[in-house]
Ligand binder design. Sequence first.
Ligand code: DC
Length: 229
Amino acid sequence: MTLLSVPVIAVDGPAGVGKGVVTRWLMTHTGWHRLDSGALYRILALAAHRAGIPLDESQRVAALASALDIRFTGETEADEAILVNGENWTSALREETTGDLASRIATATVVRDALLQRQRDFRTAPGLIADGRDMGTVVFPDAVLKLFLDASAEARAERRHRQLSRKGLDVNLADLFAEVRARDERDRTRTVAPLVAAEDAVTIDTTVMGVQEVLQVVAALLKARNLKF
Ligand code: DC
């Protein structure tokens, strides 16, 4: 099997829209691997921050990428861990502040280029579910199915709040809403690989949809494209 014949499903959308839930459901139903591209941006941002590199020094940030040994372990959300150079960075990576740092470094072309091949290397048989912002537009333009999930900033801030509370993280809803709005603005308006639906993506607005409803739509799409195994 050549690399390009390994199928990819792209799951793009803004922060807090539910890409993780859809991605995990797709993994269960296809048995394919996952690329959590946001985690790569988060890791690089946190590594730069910890090394004292100013985030706007994009060349220096990008140069760090090749020195990072990154391992994703665990099968379920509960037991997943992300090891960076042998250390467990999982909880620090989940922090909202880390998402914000990631969004900042992600505006630079040199940084995105440094992570491009690393993302494509996740494309291994039998297939890949890739979630992020530019999976369908830039990283895997030949994906067999491109989903673009969207929802109002209010709905996403509330969901994120519930999700973080469940994980025991104490975050103020108003602060979260402001952060979601700021991150959206940065991700959608950056000049390089902005958050936008690919022309051939199926957009699902989940603002007033429950999780099961969204998954039913996704299941119907898989079936329609003969992707259900
Ligand atoms: O999906 P996430 O919240 O973990 O992503 C964190 C930030 O990383 C996001 O705000 C923008 C950046 N990112 C990106 O620019 N491109 C991707 N494919 C994934 C994430």
